[in-house]
Design a protein around this ligand. Structure first.
Ligand SMILES: *Cc1c(COP(=O)(O)O)cnc(C)c1O
Length: 369
């Protein structure tokens, strides 16, 4: 036996980490089940496919891939600064917005620090806490929604970071502007608040909080946004953080120099300009939402009203088994056991044909009541 290897121990916190279980890629299901007609409604991807403008930019920029990317993402940052009404110094570009979350961990968290997030929130917050060896402080939700006043109560001298997904994945719920204002009035100076706004562009509720002012007031506040969802570029990995310049300047040296690749930068710039595509995506989502709500009601299934492009629905049986059975019929959705909802599945709102097929298969498996 090689004793040195047995004595090799990972950092504290690492042993408790479970590998991320993503939605199965279509190709994998094809390989494993030998079926071909498959739809994937499992990872909240844009069902319209990428913007044609982004595709064009991808082709163009592919000719230059022998060069390293611009490590400062000059043009994309400049476009985003104009788009958002902030300065370039307020922005950090990343390999998907997930990388902003891991950068927060690398920059600010160490063993002994506490990280607050909600039970049933996006799983990456737990991951960030575990990797850094910080202590997770998990606060139960109220009505499937982040319970901000309970999260305030959980703050101690050791609290370093609070993660809030707004809207939350997988519940699709949001905290309101009033709740957020009250929360921000109570959060002490030593705490960094991270608002994960991956689904920002899908939100329709007028009570949604506009969080940019907290950044402009130089609060310890980071907003994360992404090109993976409405902008249809999940496969390219590009997202960003918006924060006060001092926070950006602190995090920037921590990232890898070429974290945001050249094709992703070019595609993101093009997608950002394609306002027709964004509008079409929003409209498709609104129609699909209405269709699916009605179908769930007809089936007598409880669902949670969503501000995103996905819906969590309670299926009165084991969600993992149901998701498995649906997959065998060529419809990939997500089971929610890992999020603490064993009797639910989450479905991404697709194109009308996909939504119909999903409901057809769901109906055949849960039966009419
Ligand atoms: C999908 C998603 C993200 C986006 O991750 P990327 O790394 O930008 O692809 C971030 N937060 C939440 C809550 C999400 O659901």
């Amino acid at each position: 036996m090689n004793t040195t290897q047995n004595e090799l121990t990972p950092n504290p916190g690492i042993e408790t980490i479970k590998a991320y279980q993503g939605g199965k890629p279509i190709e994998e299901v094809k390989r494993e089940l030998g079926i071909s007609d498959i739809i994937k409604l499992a990872s909240n991807e844009n069902p319209l496919g990428p913007s044609p403008l982004a595709l064009q930019a991808i082709e163009e920029s592919a000719k230059q891939v022998h060069f390293y990317p611009d490590g400062n993402a000059y043009y994309l940052k400049s476009d985003l600064a104009k788009h958002l009404g902030v300065t370039e110094a307020h922005l950090i570009l990343t390999n998907g917005s997930n990388e902003v979350l891991t950068l927060v961990g690398e920059t600010y968290l160490r063993p002994g620090d506490e990280v607050i997030y909600a039970e049933g929130a996006f799983v990456v917050y737990e991951h960030v806490a575990q990797v850094s060896g910080a202590t997770p402080v998990v606060v139960p939700m109220q009505n499937d929604t982040h319970h901000l006043s309970a999260m305030t109560t959980a703050i101690t001298d050791k609290t370093k970071v609070i993660f809030i997904a707004n809207p939350n994945n997988p519940t699709g719920t949001m905290v309101t502007a009033a709740e957020t204002a009250q929360f921000m009035a109570q959060v002490p100076e030593h705490v960094l608040v991270v608002f994960d706004e991956a689904y920002y562009e899908y939100v329709t509720n007028p009570d949604y909080p506009h969080t940019l002012p907290y950044v402009m007031e130089d609060r310890n506040f980071i907003i994360t946004r992404t090109f993976s969802k409405i902008y249809g570029l999940a496969g390219l990995r590009v997202g960003y953080g918006i924060a006060p310049p001092s926070i950006i300047a602190t995090m920037n040296p921590v990232r890898q120099p070429f974290n945001c690749n050249a094709i992703a930068q070019a595609a993101a710039r093009a997608a950002l300009k394609d306002t027709d595509y964004v509008k079409k995506s929003q409209e498709l989502n609104a129609e699909g939402k209405k269709f699916l709500y009605a179908a769930f009601e007809k089936l007598g299934l409880r669902y949670i009203k969503t501000e995103g492009n996905f819906i969590m629905v309670f299926v009165n049986q084991n969600g993992a088994d149901l998701a498995d059975a649906m997959m065998k019929k060529g419809v990939i959705v997500r089971q929610m056991a890992g999020y603490g909802f064993p009797n639910a599945i989450r479905v991404t709102i697709g194109r009308q044909k996909e939504n119909e097929r999903f409901i057809e298969v769901l109906t055949s498996l849960v039966g009419m009541r």
